[in-house]
Design a protein around this ligand. Structure first.
Ligand SMILES: Nc1ncnc2c1ncn2[C@@H]1O[C@H](COP(=O)(O)OP(=O)(O)OP(=O)(O)O)[C@@H](O)[C@H]1O
Ligand SMILES: [Mg+2]
Length: 230
């Protein structure tokens, strides 16, 4: 009997649910931004990071999302440390598994909204999800050129493009920055239902406390540390 229990507990520790884990992360540019950051993200979990402008939130998100090697520490995805794997493997993780929504979005401006989404479907082999576009309220502008869309429509298009890839982890830096309250809530609902339906996870940086509090966990980056608020 006791042997069975032991076996079971071993299985649980082996198959932990972490999608992403960070250990002892620190980084600095002109001044130290953060140190000793230990974070875990589980499947279907959303984590919000808030904090003052310039506190280092985007920098931390860059480190977590494979874009910037930290001064110290590790980021573990799929049992591997991101900054020690080969560059090609890192690019694959970034392209296939990570969905990065930037503070400034990078759409191909000469192309239509639809073309921009088709690029994502070509790269991932996934198909275009019309209901996602409806949910985000951009289905009716899909044939327009990117340059003709409003700032908020472009932002939602870039979110749709990221989700079209079907990433395992969404890293979102102020994804609702240009949006009115109601549209921001729609985007939040879309992101949250995406992670639930796809066994994915999300790390969200935002200035909006109300949206942050809708995440499972909320941290504030302050005095070089992540303080757990929820
Ligand atoms: N590539 C870089 N080179 C030098 N300094 C940088 C670089 N990126 C960021 N910094 C500096 O690091 C600090 C933190 O920047 P970061 O963008 O992480 O802040 P943030 O918390 O995301 O702010 P905001 O809320 O305004 O977006 C800033 O002082 C910024 O100037
Ligand atoms: Mg930022």
């Amino acid at each position: 009997m006791s042997e069975t229990i032991k076996k079971e507990s071993l299985i649980t520790t082996d198959e932990n649910n972490y999608l992403l884990e960070s250990k002892n992360l620190s980084h600095e540019f002109d001044y130290k931004l953060f140190q000793n950051i230990n974070l875990t993200l589980e499947k279907k979990q959303s984590i919000a990071i808030i904090g003052m402008s310039g506190s280092g939130k985007s920098t931390l998100l860059n480190v977590l999302s494979s874009l910037l090697a930290p001064k110290t520490g590790e980021v573990i995805f799929n049992k591997k440390e991101l900054y020690t794997i080969k560059k090609k493997e890192l690019l694959n993780v970034r392209r296939e598994d990570f969905g990065i929504i930037f503070q400034a979005h990078y759409l191909f401006r000469g192309f239509s909204a639809k073309n921009n989404l088709e690029i994502a479907t070509l790269l991932s082999g996934e198909s275009l999800d019309e209901s996602l576009l409806e949910k985000l309220g951009i289905d009716f502008v899909i044939n327009q050129a990117v340059g003709e869309l409003s700032g908020g429509q472009q932002q939602r298009l870039s979110i749709a493009r990221v989700l079209t890839k079907k990433p395992k982890i969404i890293f979102a830096d102020e994804p609702t920055g240009n949006l009115d309250k109601e549209t921001a809530q729609t985007v939040m609902d879309t992101l949250k239902s995406y992670i639930q339906n796809n066994n994915a996870g999300m790390i969200l940086v935002t200035h909006e406390n109300e949206l942050a509090m809708q995440c499972d966990k909320v941290y504030k980056l302050e005095n070089l540390e992540l303080k757990e608020l929820k």
